[in-house]
Design a protein around this ligand. Structure first.
Ligand code: APR
Length: 319
């Protein structure tokens, strides 16, 4: 069986980490693409030289020409500009929209059948733009945000309860940003919902509220520490888990930014926003639609409306 081909469009901090993790898991051969000359080639060679030590057989190439991503099975997009301290993800919309146009056209010309994962921010609107420019069907293009947001939530919860991160599950809905909706009643420790853990005296409502807020601000916390860029290890790990579920047809249930059609989750019209889906060989095989209580629905609507507002801004910039 031929090896899978995975194209990484953007070879910066996340792109390099993706390349490394994909190799360690032997998910396929990797093409690192970037507009910066030398950077993808240098990272490709450096990681390739780690493969004998790791005992993995993976080919790596660096490229500045879209022709090199031809026939890719999976494309993970991180091309663009990350935010600096004081910036919101939304401040990046103008500059990264132009990047999505170039990337989308590159995908359309070279690998229109690929499964595409977008990481570039502001996430939900960039997925919308990338689908517009690439023409990839909606079931084969997703945004990585919910897996990262729920990983942050799980990390903080595991610390609070002093239990293994493996036994903490978390459920996050909505856009990637300040309006994300961590669903406390669907988040658990070994199946015990968080509200029950409050009743059991494992934590207090105040502490839980603080953890929810820290999750919402998780990206900014890292930006403020790094000062020169944004998070890259956890975002890369999250996208690799999504790619693996697609490539191995694992059918994992994961929160991703996907096209939520009008009517689903109470939405008046179509919008790309984070909801739980089944990810398998068919890409987004099913949206998992849970029933929300009025407060949760209001929070989700607010989040979807924030994405719609930004899509309007992006549409205006596209003329
Ligand atoms: N085509 C291809 N690559 C591009 C383009 C383009 N038009 N424009 C910029 N790039 C490349 C840069 O040369 C750089 O190598 O994208 C890479 C981005 O890497 P970093 O600056 O290190 O950013 P990173 O931390 O990887 O984040 C990338 O993901 O999480 C989001 O907000 C983050 O939007 C940002 C993206």
């Amino acid at each position: 069986m031929a090896r899978k081909k995975i194209a990484l469009v953007g070879s910066g901090n996340i792109g390099g980490t993706l390349a490394h993790l994909i190799g360690l898991k032997e998910l396929g051969d990797v093409v690192l693409f970037d507009i910066a000359e030398g950077v993808p080639q240098g990272k490709a060679l450096d990681i390739l030289e780690s493969t004998p030590v790791e005992g993995v057989d993976v080919r790596y190439r660096g490229a500045n020409d879209y022709a090199e991503i031809k026939g890719a099975d999976v494309v993970i997009v991180t091309a663009g500009v990350p935010r600096k301290p004081g910036m919101s993800r939304d401040d990046l919309v103008g500059i990264n929209l132009k990047v999505m146009k170039a990337v989308g056209e590159g995908i359309k010309a070279n690998c229109p059948d690929a499964f595409v994962i977008c990481i570039t921010n502001p996430l939900d609107v960039m997925v919308w733009a990338l689908q517009h420019f690439s023409g990839v069907p909606a079931n084969r293009i997703v945004g990585m945000a919910g897996v990262l947001d729920s990983a942050r939530f799980r990390t903080f919860l595991a610390e609070e309860f002093n239990v293994s991160v493996e036994d903490v599950t978390a459920f996050v809905l909505g856009g990637h940003g300040d309006t994300m909706v961590p669903l406390v009643r669907y988040s658990t420790v070994a199946g015990i919902p968080l509200p029950d853990l409050v009743k059991m005296g494992w934590t207090t409502q105040e502490k839980l509220d603080a953890i929810v807020q820290r999750t919402r601000d998780g990206g900014a916390e890292i930006v403020n520490l790094l000062k020169t860029g944004s998070a890259f290890y956890a975002p890369a790990a999250s996208a690799v888990a999504m790619a693996e579920s697609y490539l191995k047809d694992k059918k994992r249930v994961m929160p991703v930014a996907t096209l939520v059609k009008g009517g689903t989750y109470g939405q008046p019209d179509d919008v790309f926003v984070g909801v739980p889906v089944v990810l398998g060989e068919g890409g987004v095989e099913r949206i998992v639609e849970i029933s929300l209580d009025p407060a949760e629905q209001a929070a989700f609507n607010k989040s979807a409306d924030a994405v719609r507002g930004l899509v309007k801004v992006a549409s205006g910039l596209m003329g």
